[in-house]
Design a protein around this ligand. Structure first.
Ligand code: FE2
Length: 262
């Protein structure tokens, strides 16, 4: 089985390039199941219901989120109607939505977990201790367990990857919007990469117009964020998973840029 996982879809440029290219990518690489991170899909800030519907009208099976999950407040009321959308598991109960969701794909159960890191991130509770208490329960509920670890610090991400080694099928980082080149299969069989990157503007500052960010760096004053225009990128990974033992046999980075004519 081949799973395509795409990094943080940023604003309209990210949504548009998926409209244009996702089906081609899926056909070209014989993808069976597709996961995208959608927490920046609406103007860089969260996910509106309209944009969730738009993404789910594409061949996308699951949408993971992150620290911006509730930025579009309408999702608080709507998330339970969209089991394809998975918010960080470490929100304190009661909380709308789910942080762990099982998807039946052919004869396999694919469990997807979204977790938020705790270093330079909102204080949601410790992802390590949370998984410590849940691993046994989760273990036998799915054939394949994929974790989107939405976090800032590379150290926390790699430590979490090691902690999940042998338990998760794959652990991948999101949130920094910059793809790292450290994809590998860890010693107990878990596929790992620190960050899969971003799907959206190529020439912005992690999605935002570069002039806006440079100006705010120069003046030390906040500026209203504007989504960058121009060329775009699609970043992610492709996992190849063995039918017999559900382990990843190959993790490959996906990094493509596309020219947008203005
Ligand atoms: Fe984020």
């Amino acid at each position: 089985m081949k799973i395509l996982i795409l990094g943080d879809v940023y604003g309209r440029p990210g949504r548009n390039i998926l409209q244009e290219q996702l089906s081609n990518i899926i056909n070209q690489y014989n993808i069976d199941f597709t996961i995208v991170n959608g927490e920046n899909a609406s103007g860089g800030n969260g996910l509106t219901v309209k944009n969730a519907k738009e993404l789910l009208s594409l061949p996308i099976d699951a949408i993971t989120m992150g620290n911006h999950v509730w930025q579009q407040k309408e999702l608080l009321d709507a998330i339970d109607d969209y089991p394809q959308i998975i918010r960080p598991l470490n929100y304190t109960d009661p909380c709308p939505g789910k942080g762990f969701q099982i998807f039946q794909h052919q004869h396999k159960k694919i469990g997807i977990i979204n977790l938020s890191g705790q270093i330079f991130m909102p204080n949601l509770g410790c992802p390590f201790n949370l998984m410590k208490s849940l691993m046994n329960e989760i273990k036998n509920s799915a054939d394949i367990i994929i974790i989107d670890f939405h976090a800032e610090a590379t150290s926390e991400k790699i430590a979490f990857g090691y902690y999940m080694d042998g338990f998760a099928t794959a652990v991948y980082g999101t949130h920094t919007h910059v793809q790292t080149a450290d994809e590998r299969i860890l010693s107990k069989g878990t596929a790992y990469i620190t960050d899969i990157g971003m799907t959206g503007p190529l020439d912005g500052v992690i999605g935002v117009d570069q002039e806006v960010i440079i100006e705010s760096m120069l003046t030390k004053r906040p500026k209203r964020f504007v989504t960058a225009k121009g060329n775009v990128q699609i970043n992610g990974i492709i996992l190849e998973i063995s039918e017999s033992d559900n382990k990843v046999t190959d993790i490959t980075r996906f990094y493509e840029t596309y020219e947008v004519k203005s």
